[in-house]
Design a protein around this ligand. Structure first.
Ligand code: NAD
Ligand code: UGA
Length: 448
């Protein structure tokens, strides 16, 4: 089957960039990205410097494809009806209520998409899981589609996304691999081939790996768990470095020089953040428990426990430095995004770190080059415990420029590895460097 129309449900950090790249590389295919969030769609259709996702290289891609064969719309039903191939790229957060709360993935948005597709589709569709999902979700989607559909044929594929924020466009242009899982039936394999043909427009065939559906679904969770596990491993060793005088940067370099281990993902930090590592590992832990694999579940749970330990440990260092009480101390928090080169702050370590300092009496001055004041206050409102005081603005301010930072402040803390922080002169200030990016800091992760 030759694909002429693609629909992607979900115009977020994955749906937006991935579809922009497909549209760029496949000018003959009309790609429509739909979302229920009107503001988000308006921003995708708005000026290039205020797209809802900040990613180096994204504006250029959108500038070329938007209006040609890339469209953003709130007309979900129309786009579903038109398309032969539908990607589901909606959010799959950790469940907050019901069975599995705090661990399992909340599939309500994915299920809503399946229902929507079933109700609207009048022709056969290939439905693709782009969201990260628990293994065997394809079964649930198929059940909904077949039960609620109008007699048309649905083929489900798993095509998880491996892009990392901040490097999304490069990751999509030159993916390490594109993974496509399909049912081992004739129609399943045909559907796999139609998706292979799309990626083959720019990804070398040797990098397109086809598997069965369950391997593909599970490989995504496992990949994130393995990456996060390396960070927790190095972070756990940073604590031992601080006790023994070993240097964590030297340690990670020494370990990574073994080509069997490699250098990547061995950078000690204030802990990993982002919308996915924690939720995907919790999901994996939940799945293992569900299948009665308690030892396996506990192994992966440790990755999260060490991450929480690391986030807490860094904040505690500062509290200890000031004798256990931060009352009236002015502390700058530089970096709110969960990593550099993104405006995304979901699950950012800075949020938890700030809360702990604030609760111990600190007056906070926060700055991030890409995260807006509104987003910072909305994160505080969303993530901090209910015990937060009504008016936090008296104890928290957000700077709009690094130059506004008053260096007579009691301490500066670095939470995100933005380039601008590496170049700034902090020599007159006490600096706590949670990313190990400054050689001049008084306290750096892993330094005793
Ligand atoms: P996101 O929250 O940025 O975007 C999801 C979008 O889906 C939202 O705009 C929301 O309004 C929309 N949506 C939800 N339900 C809808 C519905 N029924 N109809 C239409 N629109 C709907 O999420 P994201 O970061 O893009 O992540 C999406 C999925 O991709 C998740 O499963 C995530 O784990 C996975 N993933 C994310 C990344 C990443 O870097 N963020 C990387 C790889 C995989
Ligand atoms: C991660 C994976 O890298 C992607 O492959 C995956 O597609 C994505 O999750 C997802 O499923 O959402 P992302 O979270 O965007 O991507 O960014 P990473 O570069 O993996 O960084 C995650 C966190 O780990 C950040 O807080 C980062 O600062 C931290 N980190 C990373 C370290 O502390 N040390 C390192 O050595 C590397």
């Amino acid at each position: 089957m030759k694909i002429k129309n693609i629909c992607c449900i979900g115009a977020g950090y994955v749906g937006g960039p991935t579809m922009a790249v497909i549209a760029l590389k496949c000018p003959d295919i009309k790609v429509t990205v739909v979302d229920l969030n009107k503001e988000r769609i308006a921003a995708w259709n708005g000026p290039l410097d205020t797209l809802p996702v900040y990613e180096p290289g994204l504006t250029e891609v959108v500038a070329e494809a938007r209006g040609r064969n890339l469209f953003f719309s709130t007309e979900v039903d129309k786009a579903i009806e038109e398309a032969e191939m539908i990607f589901i790229a909606v959010n799959t957060p950790t469940k907050t209520k019901g069975e599995g709360a705090g661990m399992a993935a909340d599939l309500r948005y994915v299920e809503a998409c399946a229902k929507n597709i079933a109700q609207v589709a009048k022709t056969d569709k290939v439905v693709i899981e782009k969201s990260t999902l628990p293994v065997r979700t394809a079964e649930k989607i198929k059940e909904i589609l077949d039960r609620e559909g109008k007699g048309v044929h649905f083929e489900i594929l798993s095509n998880p996304e491996f892009l990392a924020e901040g490097t999304a466009i490069q990751d999509l242009f030159k993916s390490d691999r594109v993974l496509i899982g399909g049912y081992e039936t004739e129609s399943g394999q045909k559907a796999v081939q139609t998706l292979v043909d799309i990626y083959a427009n720019w990804i070398p065939k040797v990098k397109i790996f086809t598997t069965n559906v369950w391997s593909s679904e599970l490989a995504k969770l496992a990949s994130n768990a393995m990456l996060a596990q390396r960070i927790s491993s190095i972070n756990s060793l940073s604590a031992l470095c601080e006790k023994t005088g070993a240097n964590i940067n030297e340690l990670s370099e020494a370990i990574g020089m073994d080509h069997r281990i490699g250098q990547k993902f061995l950078k000690a930090s204030v802990g990993f953040g982002g919308s996915c590592f924690q939720k995907d590992i919790l999901n994996l832990v939940y799945l293992c428990r569900h299948y009665g694999l308690d030892e396996v579940a506990e192994y992966w749970h440790q990755v999260i426990k060490i991450n929480n330990y690391q986030k807490d440990r860094f904040a505690q260092k500062i509290i200890d430095y000031f004798g256990g009480d931060l009352t009236g101390k002015r502390i700058a928090i530089l970096g709110w995004a969960f990593k550099a080169n993104t405006n995304d702050s979901r699950e950012s370590p800075a949020i938890y770190f700030a809360e702990k300092l604030f609760k111990t009496g600190a007056i906070l001055e926060i700055y991030d080059p890409m995260v807006s004041k509104e987003s910072i206050f909305s994160d505080i409102d969303f993530y901090w415990e209910a015990s937060k005081p009504k008016d936090i603005t008296t104890g928290i301010s957000v700077l709009n420029s690094l130059n506004k930072l008053d260096l007579s402040i009691d301490a500066v803390t670095i939470l995100t590895e933005w380039e601008a922080f590496k170049r700034h002169d902090f020599s007159k200030t006490i600096v706590f460097d949670g990313r190990g990016i400054l050689s001049s800091s008084n306290y750096s992760i892993g330094k005793g």
